[in-house]
Design a protein around this ligand. Sequence first.
Ligand SMILES: NC(=O)c1ccc[n+]([C@@H]2O[C@H](COP(=O)([O-])OP(=O)(O)OC[C@H]3O[C@@H](n4cnc5c(N)ncnc54)[C@H](O)[C@@H]3O)[C@@H](O)[C@H]2O)c1
Ligand SMILES: [Zn+2]
Length: 381
Amino acid sequence: MMQTLTVGLGGRSYPIHIGSGLLGHAELIQKHVPHGRVAIVTNTTVAPLYLEMLQKSLQSIAVSNVPVILPDGEEYKNSDTLNLIYDALLKYRCERSTPLIALGGGVIGDMTGYAAATYLRGVPFIQIPTTLLAQVDSSVGGKTGINHPLGKNMIGAFYQPQLVLADTDTLNTLPDKELAAGLAEVIKYGLIRDLPFLDWLEQNIEKLLARDTATLQFAIARSCQNKAEVVAADERESGERALLNLGHTFGHAIESGMGYGNWLHGEAVAAGTVMAADLSQRMGWISAQEVARIRGLLERAKLPVVAPDLGADKYLELMGLDKKVEGGKMRFVLLKEVGRAVVEGNVPQQQLRQTIQACCGGVPAELPGSRRRPSGGGAHG
Ligand SMILES: NC(=O)c1ccc[n+]([C@@H]2O[C@H](COP(=O)([O-])OP(=O)(O)OC[C@H]3O[C@@H](n4cnc5c(N)ncnc54)[C@H](O)[C@@H]3O)[C@@H](O)[C@H]2O)c1
Ligand SMILES: [Zn+2]
């Protein structure tokens, strides 16, 4: 059973198809492939799992493909790797009408999207996200880009795909930690604008962790629906779209303070969301019980809820570097109520320091284990 949503952007509107087995249904993308040829950008982890399946599916509708297999990892989300994509596209003489298909997680999606935005001044782009984070967040909304040595996601473009194809079966091979990291963003939608969804998540979080197909599909569709509505209202983040950064100002500080790669982006967002909730309570907006409710759900999703103890000064310094800082003023996405987020520019330093002190008990020894790849960061949505 497939579900289809639409991102409503006038002439640039596009569908998101969500369901099991969609990699086998290349006919869904057929009308975007006028000349029977595509380039597939993927990486060394995803290619052995899903490239052949997609290629066979494309062959069945007489579409040929040029595969471009990149090294795996956030550390490769840079201009060198981007050039590898251009090299392959030029070598195989891909044309203006040749779509680029991103097959992978958010790193592949962001890089491929930027390559599509810039190659020959723009070629069609199709997202086939294979991580939960990419299916609920990064593949929708048209933010594309790469990292610069001086900052994450600093080079990029708004460039919408023609289509998003989220095959829930691909999540079966995803490591548990990556699944949980995606859930942090799913829970975010409930917190910022969809209270009934938050209630539903509280009922169904264990089923999601167990990767029950129908439950996952519902969560992905509901998340995409929320993201699509926000993006349709504010494509270029002049207002509402900023709310998608709940937990991210603190989260980015955690990620960069701990060294990219030690905390997955979603893990840092989870601990950052608890901090945002705590600060919302200190602003007098939500109750201690509500903060506990939020922490409880994130904990059940197997996400860290205690931020590392970097010291308040270090946090403030790291947050000062966040690119969401406008005109020197720190702006926070906070909860006016559970289910309704706002952007607040007037947070007293004292409250902020109290939040950092209260929420950052986790010493580096409590780290969920060091990892081989950097991740996350950069603003969302
Ligand atoms: N454009 C946006 O709006 C937006 C939003 C959020 C995040 N992002 C970006 O997304 C990136 C993070 O995305 P991510 O969390 O998907 O990380 P990722 O792309 O690095 O994927 C995580 C890991 O899972 C592997 N993987 C992917 N699919 C798999 C599968 N089905 N089975 C097994 N392994 C699989 C990947 O190869 C990688 O090792 C960051 O670069 C972030 O900046 C962008
Ligand atoms: Zn995020």
